[in-house]
Each structure stands twice: as C-alpha cells, then as structure tokens.
Design a protein around this ligand. Structure first.
Ligand code: PLP
Length: 364
C-alpha cells in the first residue's frame, strides 16, 4: 500500500498524459511555452482571481508574494507554529522576523485568538512593525478566513494565504488561494494538485503586484529580458510541468470528490476510536492529508508499519522548536506543541479504495 499512490493516478490518465508530454517535448519550447500561459489562465479562472503567475515551487511562490509586498527587515510576519518549514522560512529570507502563532486543535489552522495575543505582544513589547499574516490551509482545509481577514483589515496587516496544501478547498462558494491579498500554492507531486517535479503559483487580484511578480520571477526583468530593473529570482514553471498540470486539472474535481468520499469513510469508521479531523461549516477540504490525533501515536505508527500500512507524522516539530529559529525569542504555542506529539496522517489520495480504508480502519 502506498501513502499517496501517484502510480495509480498516472495509470488513470496515461493516454492523455503521454500525449500531452510528447506534444510539449516535440514543441521544444521548454521554457515559457504555450502551456504555461494557458495553465495560468485556467488556474486563475478555477480559483476565481484575476491573475495567476506560475513559478518554480511553492516556496518561491511565498517568497515572490513577500517580495511584492516589500516585506523587509524590521517587519514582523505572523505564521502558524504548526506548518511546513517553508511557510516561516520565507519570512527570514526577506530579513523579516517570523512570529509564531498557536493553532486550533480542530482544524490545525491559525488561531485568531492567539493571533490577537501575539499581535499585541509585538506592538507593546518590541520595535518590530507588524506587517503581514501568512495563514496556512493545513492538510487541505482553508484557514478560518471569516475571522482572519477582518482581523488583518482592522490592523492594516497584509494577508498571504499559503495554499500549498489547500488548492481545491473552499469556504462556501469561494475557492482556496483566493482568500489572501495574495494566495500561493505548490505543485510538489504529493500536494492536492501535483506535477511531475517542482512547481508553484501565485494568485492575486492586484494588477501592480501581478506585474511585479512577473518581473521578479525572471531576474527582475523590465520590458525586455536583458533590461533588468530590479533584483529578482530565476523561478519559472517548466513547460513540461504546465502540460502535466493541464491534464491533471481536467480530472481535479473528480479527484476532489474521491478524497472527500475517502475522508468521510475514514471518519465514520474511526471517530469512536481516535480524534478524527473536523471540517468547519461551509468549508471544503482538498484532503492533502487525513490526520488523526491520539496519545500513543508512535505505538500505532509502529503497529501499522508492521502490517504494511504507511503513515506519516506531519509535523514532529513545531516552527518555534526548529533549530534554524533557535535565536528567535518566542512566546509559547502549547496547542501546536501538543499536536506535534499526537498527530498521525493516514494513507490518503483519490485512488484509495473502500476496501483499503476498511483494512486500515480495522487495524486502528
Ligand atoms: C509544500 C509546502 C510549501 C512549499 O512548497 P514547495 O513546492 O515544496 O516549495 C509551503 N507551505 C506549505 C504549507 C507546504 O505544505
């Protein structure tokens, strides 16, 4: 059994995929070929924002967002303590200071109550300028943007939605990656919409930021490629990856339905044994992970492994306990710390079968 079975996915779309890949290869337009612009338009339409700018990976997507927002030394950027390292890493790459905020037990996402506490602390006890919030759609469920957005508006904080795991999720009729002033995603193979290597994208309604990000992703180019008007990155999405994503996007809504079916089956079989994930009212998860909580997590993981069932711990360390951030002075995030000891993610992907879920549940 695979944790995320990419082989089954390829088999399910093999004919279309092989054709698209061959077409992209034979075009030899490997960089910024036609599929890149086509995909950007399709993704912008899917998410419901004006601009999609593709780039080399989800970390660069976040970095491009912070570059466009001019996040700089002296700025405080609020980041959940329970996330993948990149969400916070990009803040330090800008020379700004990440401030870690606790998360909720039920949806694993940023706690607005603790955001308020950490914001006051920064205002009252430091010289830092509170500049932005990076809210993460952890494990596929959008953060509670009904509360996060008004908080940011009230305190003039810019809002970035890190939708690396959230692409495809929604709150009521609005899609993930549309909730921030800028939204970002990753096309790393194991993400809800993954390519065959690295890839990422930035989403925004803001014309000026979109133009800036298009420049930043190609060495700060001006009107001409050899006219460089600012310092940027080399961060483009390959034509081949765009071609892969165009095929996968056609199947994406079916896959979304399949993972939601798998999640509800897991929950009905497991909810009386372990703490199962909760999806908030009006919210849709893209189930990047199906994550349970239990006190003797390590014992269960070992037991599942002996039965040939893979599972993963996302994440065993909080941001504030990472060695790379050891020099930052941080106030505690007890719920995030507790989660790092109790979470276990189970096999989850659109091609998992009902009988596989039954087997996994019976072992648990
Ligand atoms: C994967 C991930 C990223 C980074 O994406 P890459 O494409 O691997 O660079 C950022 N944030 C979160 C929450 C992620 O899960």
């Amino acid at each position: 059994m695979q944790f995320r079975d990419l082989h089954r996915q390829y088999e399910a779309m093999k004919a279309e995929m092989d054709e698209a890949l061959l077409k992209a290869v034979s075009s030899t337009a490997f960089i910024m070929g036609a599929p890149v612009q086509e995909l950007e338009q399709q993704l912008a339409d899917y998410v419901g924002v004006k601009h999609c700018i593709s780039c080399a990976n989800g970390t660069d997507a976040l970095r491009l967002a912070l570059m466009a927002m001019d996040i700089k030394p002296g700025d405080a950027v609020f980041v959940p303590d329970f996330t993948f390292f990149a969400s916070a890493e990009v803040v330090s790459m800008q020379g700004a200071t990440p401030v870690f905020v606790d998360v909720n037990f039920d949806d694993f996402n940023i706690s607005v109550a603790d955001l308020e506490t950490k914001y006051r602390h920064i205002c009252n006890h430091t010289d830092l300028h509170p500049a932005a919030v990076i809210a993460v759609d952890l494990f596929g469920q959008p953060a509670d943007f009904d509360k996060v957005r008004p908080f940011c508006q009230a305190h003039s904080l810019l809002l970035v939605e890190d939708g690396a795991q959230g692409f495809g999720g929604a709150i009521r009729d609005r899609k993930a990656c549309s909730f921030g002033d800028i939204g970002t995603t990753s096309f790393f193979p194991a993400k809800p919409l993954g390519c065959y290597g690295d890839g990422g994208a930035v989403f925004t309604d803001n014309d000026d930021w979109a133009a800036l990000i298009k420049s930043f992703r190609i060495h700060g180019k001006g009107t001409d490629k050899y006219d460089n008007v600012r310092i940027g990155l080399n961060s483009r999405l390959d034509t081949l990856q765009a071609a892969v994503l165009q095929v996968k996007l056609r199947h994406f809504d079916d896959e979304l339905a399949a993972v939601n079916h798998a999640a509800s089956m897991y929950t009905s079989l497991l909810s009386d044994r372990v703490t199962t994930p909760v999806v908030g009212d009006g919210r849709l998860s893209s189930w990047a992970q199906y994550t349970i909580q239990l006190p003797d997590r390590d014992a269960l993981q070992a037991r599942l492994k002996s039965e040939g069932i893979p599972s993963m711990v996302y994440y065993p360390r909080t941001m504030s306990s990472q060695t790379a951030f050891a020099s930052l002075s941080q106030s505690p995030c007890p719920q995030a710390s507790a989660l790092s000891r109790t979470v276990l993610s189970l096999p989850m992907h659109p091609y998992i079968t009902d009988s596989e879920i039954e087997i996994i549940a019976s072992k648990i």
